[in-house]
Design a protein around this ligand. Structure first.
Ligand code: SF4
Length: 481
């Protein structure tokens, strides 16, 4: 199902940012320690908060806080999380505020049981459901969209837990990779479009689940398979059971996971992210060759594509830009002035490499154009005679509603300007984007699937789910809960 977006939706004023990362483990005496390491390897997916919930079979304990994983967890905090199963989360707030209450896992306690919940993605009908749930008496503790699922599960009353989860999942729309923990079950669910990556592995007898396979490598786990769209997995003392909770399934994994978000050492459905990016660079070279002296990539996510571009053209790849790794997340500063300073603090040109040279600068995307303009300027100031910009993805023209923090449509430079106008604004000698076909070919997913099973909505405006913008009245879009 594809629908074009007709109503604009204001999203927070930020550059393109990561979403969240989830991790879970069942059946290991060091569950909390391993979750801590797993979260470390997912840190690139969210830096605003982190948390771990653990069960010993009788009781769920948790520890969470704002900041990086290292800031949140002391050795003492981890030692206090005794149990054989755990879930963890790193957060970047695409929905809700970035305060402590919204840091996940969210933990809900009742007289008879508890539920810990961690979510990667974004529910597009969360506000509409909240409106209805509040009208029926629910009180929300957070401004996070994730809490909606907990309320829907709780409302299932005397049904079996699995059936309550299935009923709740059938009501929510959008992107979600959920890991949930009760006193005696680890529950995993992926939305019917499989918008976010989620993989399962084994560590000895233990089961592990993570947003990216790089988390398995760190703890020595073996990758088993990716969770399938619309799949519900329950792991308990009897083992792992799986079923589909939705019959309407159509793969549409986020293309930006391959282009930008995921770590290069992760594999998504068997496709290595670095290799996919390198092939994007090769396709880009076929589509947009230019005579030049050096190729450089904008660190870190564009380096793989730059290597591919250099390999295909025979132009040497050089480290023309260096990233200062100790600046922190300057891009989250909201004002334009601070964002511009942020680019300077984060990147430096290598004068000895680019001076007197015709430079091809490969980047993975352009959001507002501000960053690209600053980098082109820096290269020129460092003596580059020509700067040719090559982008290893198509122009981003539409906002994302699925957990990627893009700007509102009016701030996406490609939604208002032609490629030639963007070239002029960023001050490049030439600018060419990779075509959607080239990108899909490079990623190499099954060509028989619609759009190779990828979400392309930020390039095409064709969203794989219905969209429920805040501007629509909730009762216009949802059935009674
Ligand atoms: S709209 Fe773009 S960023 Fe969002 S899920 Fe789809 S491909 Fe990813």
């Amino acid at each position: 199902m594809e629908r074009s977006l007709t109503v604009l939706h204001a999203i927070k004023d930020r550059e393109l940012n990561e979403e969240c990362g989830v991790f879970g483990i069942w059946g290991h005496e060091n569950a909390a320690h391993l979750t801590y390491y797993g979260l470390h390897s997912l840190q690139h997916r969210g830096q605003e908060g982190a948390g771990i919930s653990v069960t010993d079979g009788k009781r769920i304990k948790f520890h969470k806080g704002t900041g990086l994983v290292n800031d949140v967890f002391s050795e003492e905090a981890i030692e206090g999380l005794t149990g054989y199963a755990a879930i963890g989360h790193v957060r970047y707030s695409t929905q809700g505020d970035s305060d402590y209450a919204n840091v996940q896992p969210l933990v809900f306690r009742s007289q008879i049981d508890s539920l810990a919940l961690a979510h990667n993605g974004n529910l597009v009908n969360a506000n509409a459901l909240k409106y209805q749930l509040e009208a029926q008496g629910s009180i929300f503790q957070t401004t996070s969209d994730t809490e909606v699922l907990a309320h829907l599960i709780k409302r299932g009353g005397s049904l079996r837990f699995k059936d309550r989860v299935k009923n709740a999942l059938s009501m929510i729309k959008g992107a979600y990779a959920f890991v949930m923990l009760t006193e005696d079950q680890l529950v995993i669910a992926l939305d019917p479009n499989g918008l976010r990556p989620l993989s399962i592995g084994r560590l000895g007898e233990a089961y592990v689940v993570a947003s990216e396979t790089c988390a398995f490598d760190l703890i020595g786990a073996t990758y088993e398979r990716d969770v399938q769209p619309g799949e519900l997995i329950i792991i308990d003392e009897t083992g792992l059971s799986t079923e589909r909770f939705s019959s309407s399934v159509e793969r549409a994994i986020c293309s930006m996971e391959y282009i930008y978000f995921s770590r290069p050492d992760s594999n998504i459905e068997g496709i290595n992210v670095h290799s996919a990016r390198k092939r994007m660079g090769i396709e880009l070279a076929k589509e947009a060759f230019i005579e030049a002296d050096v190729v450089t990539g904008v660190p870190d996510s564009s380096i793989s594509a730059a290597i591919g571009f250099a390999e295909a053209t025979g132009i040497p790849y050089e480290l023309g830009l260096i990233k200062n790794r100790y600046v922190g997340r300057t891009f989250i500063q909201p004002s334009q002035e601070l964002r511009e300073q942020g680019v300077k603090m984060k990147l430096s040109p290598v004068r000895g490499i680019v001076e007197g040279k015709r430079v091809v600068m490969v980047d993975d995307s352009i959001v507002r154009g501000t960053t690209s303009r600053r980098i082109v300027n820096m290269l020129r100031e460092a003596g580059a005679t020509e700067v040719h910009v090559r982008i290893s993805s198509p122009p981003i023209k539409y906002p994302c509603f699925y957990g990627i923090d893009t700007s509102s449509e009016s701030e996406l430079i490609a939604s208002s300007y032609s490629v030639e106008e963007i070239r002029e604004q960023i001050g490049a000698d030439s600018l060419i984007y990779l075509s959607p076909e080239g990108m899909m070919h490079a990623i190499g997913r099954n060509p028989e699937w619609s759009h190779c099973g990828q979400c392309l909505a930020c390039f095409t405006g064709k969203y794989p789910t219905e969209i429920y913008p805040d501007t629509l009245l909730p009762h216009e879009k949802v059935q009674p809960v």
